[in-house]
Design a protein around this ligand. Structure first.
Ligand code: ZN
Length: 332
């Protein structure tokens, strides 16, 4: 019994024990599954947390970066206006003139010249008659000082007396022009043949005394084309003769009247009379072109007045040129 019981019991026990074992195994299995599940869940949770942490960290980092970036982004725009403001501020201050100068001066200066290319310069042509003389060097010094080129209507006789000055006129770049050989009306205006001879003699005098062929450039009639001997009515044949020799003919319209002292009705000192004559004739011919200014470089008072006259013309906007660049003009 005991045995049987025992066996039975054992069997039962064994049975029971076997059931218990199965239950235990199941329990253990479930426990293991549970544990594994919990562990896995925990692991997943950790991993998830870790991801979250990571994400959070990344977010945090992103947040750090983004705010910084947004801070930068917001700072940059807020800084950005500064650079634009800085120039615009400085534009109202010191640097502004430079940009505006570039914008206003350069474009306006260029277009004005471009838009009005025909806008004529205010030109005036200084002419010195009857020399060279002992005053001619002073005249040339003054002209060089102002970098002005002029036209010298020289007389052959004067050239022979002052050949160095005649040579200097040409060497300094002025027009060494013809005022005939003798300036003697009786030889000049008794017929075209004598007139032509006086021009040719002057040219030979230049060649032999200056070593320079002035050639056929420009000339001025002694006394002008409407002089008292031939008058305007009779000048045509003489002008044609000069032109046929290749000379352009010029009278004048502005001057000091330094060979017309009879015009000094108020008996002014020469310097005042000359200055008054200059002002009056310049005003009288202000709308006439070309403006041809007669001065005698044989007259000391005229040479003394030269700087004042040039300064005044410059202040009035005049530029100076040679008559070699101008067409014939003898409307006097
Ligand atoms: Zn003369």
């Amino acid at each position: 019994m005991d045995f049987r019981v025992g066996l039975y019991n054992t069997h039962i026990f064994a049975k029971a024990n076997g059931k218990k074992r199965s239950v235990s195994k199941l329990f253990l299995l479930l426990l293991l599954v549970f544990t594994l599940s919990v562990f896995a869940f925990a692991l997943y949770g950790c991993a998830n947390d870790a991801d979250l942490d990571g994400k959070q960290a990344a977010v945090d980092i992103d947040d750090c970066i983004i705010p910084q970036e947004t801070a930068h982004a917001t700072e940059i725009p807020s800084e950005a206006p500064e650079p634009t403001q800085a120039p615009s501020e400085s534009a109202t201050e010191a640097p502004t003139p430079a940009p505006t100068a570039v914008l206003t001066i350069a474009p306006t200066a260029a277009p004005t010249e471009q838009v009005n290319p025909a806008q004529p310069k205010k030109m005036i042509y200084l002419t010195f008659d009857d020399g060279p003389s002992k005053y001619t060097d002073e005249v040339l010094d003054i002209l060089n000082e102002y970098n002005i080129k002029a036209t010298f209507f020289t007389v052959g006789i004067s050239i022979r007396q002052h050949p160095k000055q005649a040579a200097r006129i040409a060497a300094d770049g002025h027009a060494l022009a013809c005022h005939t050989e003798s300036h003697d009306f009786s030889k000049l205006y008794n017929g075209v043949e004598g007139f032509v001879d006086q021009i040719n003699k002057w040219r030979q005098t230049v060649i032999s005394n200056v070593g320079y062929d002035a050639g056929a450039y420009v000339m001025r009639f002694p006394g002008g084309t409407s002089n008292s001997t031939i008058g305007r009515a009779g000048r045509g044949a003489y002008v044609n003769a000069a032109n046929n020799l290749g000379y352009k003919v010029f009278d004048w319209n502005i001057g000091l009247n330094d060979r017309w002292l009879a015009g000094n009705k108020k008996n002014l000192p020469k310097s005042e009379y000359f200055w008054e004559s200059y002002i009056d004739t310049l005003s009288m011919y202000k709308n006439t072109e070309p403006k041809i200014f007669l001065i005698h470089d044989t007259e000391q008072e005229s040479v003394k007045l030269l700087r004042r006259v040039i300064d005044d013309l410059i202040s009035k906007g005049y530029e100076f040129g040679c008559l070699t660049d101008v067409e014939s003009n003898y409307l006097m």
